[in-house]
Design a protein around this ligand. Structure first.
Ligand code: GLN
Length: 525
């Protein structure tokens, strides 16, 4: 039945006008809904029935959307005109609860990057500088900073109040990192809980739907809505395993619930691990430390006990991740060959006829960063490199998973508890800075890197920004980046700082509840 037009709630209209004014400079949305798109969507909402009635969502352009003329581009030339015939399960679930899609957000091409610099549509600017938004976006090019990636458009749209919340993805930190750079909350749920059906694949064993907002309560509501088994996603965790997880974590849930209701110290009895290996002093920008230190002392004021723990395998995550993610990407992106859908290189009779169509299509359709990953991944899977690279990276991944399992008091509901020996001191959560520095200058990406800096494992490369987010990704654990203040001193004075709270697989609700307590306490400071 065709939807009839209904007048929009004033709040949505105002947000759209703000987006129309700011987005041309910010470049957070690569497709912004029009007034009539919003009216059509709002007319379909079953008013007063949904939990997200009239709330606006920015959707990373990696999620398939359909029916409203929107394209699903992954910020790539390869898919720039692609219209999906179906919609991602999570987008459908949000619409059913009354959410309104404000537009598709900018990203690094196919999710590959940490700065939203590698987008066919140009970079997203970071709106969260020390000045007000017009001042920050009006900064000269030499002062502008990146929004982070790969979900930079989602983070910037939330930070600039262009939507109530946003969908992102997190393969190796792409929700937490841009959230940290832009000063918003970014949540990566446990791997397999939220459906990936209709989310364009990058590295399937790591890809996770991510959520961003300025309000933890909204994140908790969205998580509750989306946390369902989806038979159309083969990696979706079955219902019985979700139930097992809630039994495993029920004791902690009870303790948090009791402490919340009965005390001024709502984190009483909660043990939080502070791993030295995720505070790498030689790499951490000192301007982050005052905010991180005061957040740690706030945790103590709230009643938590802090415990110094080790995560010795953490530094190995960077190289393992880039081998595994690139290998999986080389397989997942093989489908873009110009024959079925997406971009196809034009036939050119003057060109060498021996160059096949798919090679021309892939050469022209993919950006340089994607091509670099595909070469690396194809090499890692080749017969000569497989043992030394791919298998070795899988072993490192297992070591990181085991070490994390040994640190947490709760056992991993997906594994045989007897297979892991617990450390002498176990904890309920782990905290660490989300990134090693505040948002880098946009200009640092515009000059070509030296060959040394362009290697994923070099400590001077931009890839090293992912270092701290990778253990949770490789182990599939829930983690949230919480804004904890702004940098003090240094060249990037006054830009946002994020701290990550992470926990055992399936402990997502407790992570969100503790994040809420911490976020509210920090806002009161
Ligand atoms: N920066 C990482 C990469 O480029 C993470 C990306 C992501 O999580 N999508 O692979």
């Amino acid at each position: 039945m065709a939807a009839t037009s209904t007048s929009l709630p004033a709040r949505l209209g105002t947000t759209l006008q703000r987006a129309q004014r700011i987005n041309p400079r910010l470049n957070a949305f690569t497709q912004l809904s029009s007034q009539s798109d919003l009216e059509t969507q709002y007319a379909r909402v079953d008013k007063g029935k949904g939990r997200l009635d009239g709330k606006s969502v920015g959707v990373k352009d990696m999620f398939a959307t359909s029916g409203d003329g929107s394209r699903t581009t992954c910020s790539s030339r390869m898919l720039q005109d692609y219209k999906s015939p179906f919609e991602a399960t999570v987008v459908r679930q949000l619409r059913q609860e009354g959410a309104i899609v404000m537009g598709k957000t900018n990203m690094d091409e196919f999710g590959m990057g940490s700065a939203n610099f590698h987008s066919h549509f140009g970079p997203t600017l970071n709106p969260s500088g020390p000045q007000d938004i017009d001042g920050t976006l009006g900064m000269g090019e030499s002062e502008q900073r990146v929004a982070g990636g790969s979900s930079g458009g989602s983070a910037a749209a939330v930070a600039a109040d262009l939507c109530d919340f946003a969908l992102a993805t997190d393969t190796g930190g792409s929700t937490r990192l841009p959230a940290s750079y832009c000063g918003v909350l970014g949540f990566k749920p446990s791997y397999g809980l939220l459906s990936r059906f209709g989310v364009v694949a990058y590295a399937s064993s790591l890809d996770t739907v991510g959520l961003m907002s300025k309000d933890v309560t909204i994140l908790r509501d969205i998580f509750d809505i989306l946390d369902q088994h989806d038979p159309r996603d083969p990696t979706s965790i079955p219902t019985f395993a979700r139930e097992r997880a809630s039994t495993v974590h029920s004791d902690l849930e009870k303790r948090i619930g009791e402490a919340l209701n009965s005390s001024e110290k709502p984190l009483s009895g909660i043990r939080i691990g502070v791993p030295a290996d995720l505070f790498p002093t030689s790499l951490l920008d000192p301007s982050l430390l005052p905010s991180i230190r005061s957040a740690l002392s706030r945790l103590k004021d709230l009643g938590a006990t802090l415990h110094s723990v080790r995560l010795k395998t953490a530094p190995l995550g960077l190289s393992a991740y880039y081998v595994l993610a690139s290998a999986e990407a080389s397989s997942n992106l093989a489908r873009y060959d110009g024959t079925e859908y997406g971009f196809r290189a034009p036939e050119d009779s003057s060109e060498d006829v021996r160059t096949p169509l798919y090679a021309k299509t892939r050469t022209l359709g993919f950006g340089d960063e994607v091509k670099k990953r595909l070469l690396l991944g194809t090499f890692a899977l080749s017969a000569e490199a497989f043992d030394n690279y791919y298998l070795q990276a899988q072993r490192v991944r297992k070591m990181i998973q085991n070490e994390l399992d040994s640190l947490f008091t709760s056992s991993n509901p997906l594994r045989q508890s007897s297979s892991i020996s617990k450390g002498a001191e176990t904890v309920d959560f782990i905290v660490h800075p989300t990134t090693i520095s505040p948002a880098p200058l946009l200009s640092s990406f515009t000059s070509p890197p030296s060959p040394r800096d362009s290697s994923p494992t070099s400590t001077s490369s931009s890839y090293v920004q992912d270092l701290l987010s990778l253990p949770a990704s490789l182990a599939g654990l829930p983690a949230i980046s919480i804004p904890v203040g702004r940098t003090q001193g240094g060249d990037a004075e006054g830009w946002p700082v994020g701290m990550t709270l992470m926990s055992q697989w399936g402990n997502d609700r407790n992570v969100l509840d503790v994040a809420k307590i911490v976020d509210h306490a920090l806002r009161k400071c």
